[in-house]
Design a protein around this ligand. Structure first.
Ligand code: AMP
Length: 210
């Protein structure tokens, strides 16, 4: 049995062609059914559908052999006990600071709203800024508008969400893409099967060399 953990939505949709390159084709559609374990064209390969932030946890504990997770989630999770063999180049975006478009430059002591507590703390201390981090679970854009925080740290794709709320992107913390991750014990015990999946997915990725 091979179990692959993945979140619904953009990552799932963009990963489908890559999984197909490894001849893994889900039979169920997570948009149409509420199943959390999806069957595939192989009786011994299953997809488990979980929240994006839970993917590294499932793979780390071996509840899933492999997973697909955003680099933002992996860094915040601190997933050192996982293999990360492939950058899939999907669900790309930027992790940025953002503030009200008319806000003055940030001072040396600030309040920051984000769900990326560890990443934000690490970033601001590397900038010599003393940041009080306020953990939020969503709608980060609201925080600077109601005086909860001086700025936010969040993912930015088109920038439309920030703009619609009178905010603008400020500093780039890192560029983000989704990665293939593998449980270390699974990599040893199911080496042939996992290595084949990695190679087939790798062969479907755009070449990085000209
Ligand atoms: P946008 O308005 O296109 O800049 O998208 C920003 C919103 O989409 C924010 O709420 C982000 O948290 C979310 N978002 C953008 N890109 C991603 C991604 N690759 N993965 C997860 N959430 C994202």
């Amino acid at each position: 049995m091979l179990t692959i953990a993945i979140s619904k939505g953009r990552i799932y949709e963009e990963a489908l062609p890559l999984l197909a390159a490894a001849d893994i084709i889900p039979i169920d559609d997570p948009k149409k059914c509420r199943k959390l374990i999806l069957d595939t064209n192989h009786p011994d390969v299953k997809l488990v559908i979980i929240r994006a932030t839970d993917v590294p946890t499932f793979v780390e504990y071996g509840a899933a052999d492999m997973g697909i997770a955003g680099k933002d989630v992996l860094i915040e999770h601190g997933a050192q006990s996982l293999y990360e063999p492939l950058d899939l180049g999907i669900s790309t975006c930027r992790l940025m600071t953002a503030a009200h478009k008319d806000a003055p430059p940030l001072g040396r002591r600030i309040r920051v709203a984000t769900k990326y507590v560890k990443t934000a703390q690490h970033y601001f201390s590397s900038q010599g800024i003393q940041a009080e981090i306020i953990k939020l679970y969503g709608s980060m854009e609201l925080a600077p508008l109601v005086g909860l925080a001086d700025c936010i740290v969040d993912l930015v794709d088109t920038g439309n969400t920030l703009k619609a709320n009178g905010l603008e992107p400020k500093d780039l913390i890192m560029t983000i893409s989704s990665r293939l991750i593998v449980n270390k014990a699974s990599m040893k015990m199911k080496h042939q099967q996992i290595q084949t999946v990695i190679e087939q997915i790798a062969s479907a990725l755009p070449s990085t060399t000209p």
